[in-house]
Every structure is written in C-alpha cells, then in structure tokens.
Design a protein around this ligand. Sequence first.
Ligand SMILES: Nc1ncnc2c1ncn2[C@@H]1O[C@H](COP(=O)(O)OP(=O)(O)OP(=O)(O)O)[C@@H](O)[C@H]1O
Ligand SMILES: [Mg+2]
Length: 247
Amino acid sequence: MLETRNLDKSFGAVHVTRDVSFRLEKGERRVILGPNGAGKTTLFNLLAGELIPDSGAIMLAGEDVTSLPVASRARRGLSRSYQKNTLFDGLSVEENLGLAASIHTGFGTRLWGDSLSRPEVREIVEDVAAQVNLQPYLHARVSEVSYGVRRQLEVGVALATRPRVLLMDEPTSGVGPEMAGAFHALLAGLPRDLTILIIEHDMDLAFEVADSITVLNYGEVVFDGAPETARGSDLLKEIYLGSWEHA
Ligand SMILES: Nc1ncnc2c1ncn2[C@@H]1O[C@H](COP(=O)(O)OP(=O)(O)OP(=O)(O)O)[C@@H](O)[C@H]1O
Ligand SMILES: [Mg+2]
C-alpha cells in the first residue's frame, strides 16, 4: 500500500535521509523508532509531499507519487497527523473535525458552518468522534481542552479525510502514561484495513501496537522486522542506551 525505494534527502551538507526503503502491506501497522534527529519527521515530510526527495521513489497503492504535491497525495488517501499542534484553537472540536471532513467531501472551506450540517459531513464527524473518543468534547473550544484531548483531535482531523494510509508523528508525545495507554487502545479500534505508520518514542508502547518495526539512526534504516525480533536486538539496545532520549 505504501512503499519507499532508496529515498535520499539532504539539507545542504546534512544528509538526513539515507537510502530508506520499506514497504507496508494494506492494513499493516508499522512503527518507526529512532533517536531525536534520526530523520523520522523528515521521512514523513517526504511521504506526505511536503518535501521532495533528492533521489528514490515513493509508491502509494502501486502508483509513483514521488513528486506529487501534498493535496494530490491526500486525494489518493494519504493523511498525516503532526508532531506539533496544527489545530484551529478558536474553533470547537466539532468544527475542526467538520472542516477536515468538509474539505474531504468537496464542500471546501467556504461556508463551512453550513457544511457542518450536511449529512455527509455530520456522518464523518460523528464517526471519527466515536473512533477517537472525542464525543464529550465536541462543543468545547480547542483552546479550552487538555493537551491530551488535542492530541486525540489531531488524529481525528487526519481520520476525517477518510484515509487509506494514516501517518502519525508521535501521537502520544508529551501525554502521560495513562493517556498513552488509552491512545493505544483507541488504535486497536481503528479499521483493520487502514494502513498505519506511526513515529513513536516509547519502545514498549511501540511493541504493543506494531505489526512491524523500522528503526532509523542517522537517517538510515538499521532495523526492519517483527517487534519480537526488535526486542532482542543488540543493535537496538545499543542505540537505545546510547543516544536515545525520551521526548
Ligand atoms: N528543513 C530543514 N532544514 C535543515 N535541516 C533540517 C530540516 N528539517 C530537518 N532538519 C534536520 O534533519 C535532522 C532530522 O530531523 P527530523 O526532524 O527529521 O528528526 P526526528 O527523527 O523527527 O527527530 P525528533 O525525534 O526530535 O522529532 C535534524 O538534524 C534536523 O535538524
Ligand atoms: Mg520528529
């Protein structure tokens, strides 16, 4: 469903993505691990189309999307949530979801107050709110809800475009262990045919949700395999005990 072939990206003299190849089957949940600065977010920027690689290719559902813009990839079913907050603080939780759903259903951003009452949009908003446990907060302004709820909404906004492939950049960063646990329960409830790529700092949580694991170190894939194998890997332990810092 999503594949990268020998991706390379440099910023000036800094080689941030080095020959990165991996492949996700439909419905696969892959976790990307790696220390701070390993190039995880840069990889997502390449996948989503916010950056274009210097070389290599990105295939989405069998189609080469390497140089397609963000919106074209989104239309083909690729959606991402960000490491940093990208929500509209002055709007309600429901309006944030509605806006994403409204763009997805083709009503655009104009008169979106009206579009929230359209059945197609309402259905998505209600569906997604249930999926990410946001029902109690629908009418709250984003600026008034807790940080954890915002992180949930961030994922909700990505889901409101009804993606086939969902990229999540550290969805639980900065939330407590309880919230992180709840989030992983929530992941378990997402449709099984949704292909998911997650950047996660917490190894234990990663092992809990992953079908497969990719470890990046200095922009390079240093491990690709099953969580059980990752757990016992000496290389991983070395990286983990070495430069690995929890965010
Ligand atoms: N636009 C840019 N211009 C120059 N350097 C960049 C740019 N974006 C990222 N970098 C550099 O690329 C390296 C990888 O950054 P990236 O954000 O991809 O790491 P990360 O693995 O997501 O780290 P973290 O775990 O802290 O989120 C860093 O050294 C960063 O400073
Ligand atoms: Mg990052």
